[in-house]
Design a protein around this ligand. Sequence first.
Ligand code: GLA
Length: 400
Amino acid sequence: MFVQQFNRKPRWITAAPGRVNLIGEHTDYTGGFVLPFTIDRDCYVIAAPGEIAGMSRIFAADMGTAEVGAAHGELWLADIRKGLYPLVGGKPPSGFARGSWKSYVGGAIDRTRELTTKAGGKALANVDMVIASDVPAGGGLASSAALEIALAMWVQATSGVELAPWDVIKACREAEHSFAGVPCGVMDQAVVTLAQENHAIMMRCREPYKPVQVPMPASDKLAILVVNSNVRHALAAGEYASRVEACKQLETLLGALYLSDVDLASVENRRSEISEDQFNIATHVMEENTRVHAAVDCLKRGDLCGLGQLLTRSHDSLRDFYRVSCQELDAIVATAITHSGVFGARMVGGGFGGCAIVLCMPEVVESVSRTLRDMYRAKFSRDCSMTRVNPAGGAAVIVK
Ligand code: GLA
């Protein structure tokens, strides 16, 4: 794609994977526990020094298809050396519509460049770049973190400075807050950066973080299917922010720095002061944290049935208490868990559409897939798509 677009060979290639969160959903921004792993789907940044004086050209290929020439957007920058994105009061300039792919590109480059400059790295020069990803955008698989971290790897490669991983993780999360307008937690950027092949990361989402690598079952024992509902409900962004806000309000009310520090008994004691919605939100967060620990125990014991049940309970809680599921995801989970050989299933990521994961025995992958495909078509008159994924490693510079 790069050669087609720019008629020469690239100089740098970096890649960062998407992720599946096994369990621990909507807990990261409450200082809670998560258990994500990266998958063998990546966002690539392919670049070379810019050819046109005073101009950078960044093309984003159509996410998902990665067909040659399927560029669906381009970002022409006046002059990367003269301040790429002049920030107005810490905010992105008006040209970057919040949440568009450009705001992610602008934010990640800007915030990482700030760090490499402080560390004495080479100034960024103009660049010609192609971005191509097979992490489905908006699918709950952290396509945005993959994009941000792949860009951050490129900024480091081109500036000649290697930053501390947690500085990059925090810079990219901050970019997502201020440029893309999503008040996300730190889970996605952290796992995309720190993951090791065949491991999930168990982490408490607050200083000092202390991520622990937890071995995942071998692929002949466990198949992990990602089922994309191919729907994204318009309320997703606003609803995500409103859940974050609800947790902050609860923290203030309960006098806790992190909602995840509070136990359910203390919330019950204040039952009369909080609404039913708030009570349900607190219940989800607290029980989900407990499920993360139980899931790690199951992984250690090789108890896949126990693990699956925890996932299904997590889904029920996200549907009923946290209310971030949707009927398409509920139907996928309900159908999957009645199929023989399935250990459990749940929605992943922010919710309101996107993907569900199904844990099953490798022998039943085909028949579960067929059953889900038929159910989905019959019920929603559209197709869901599915793919088996494997726990992969973290972001990398492939060509320096
Ligand atoms: C999105 C956010 C994460 C996390 C999940 C929900 O993926 O980026 O920080 O909050 O939703 O668990």
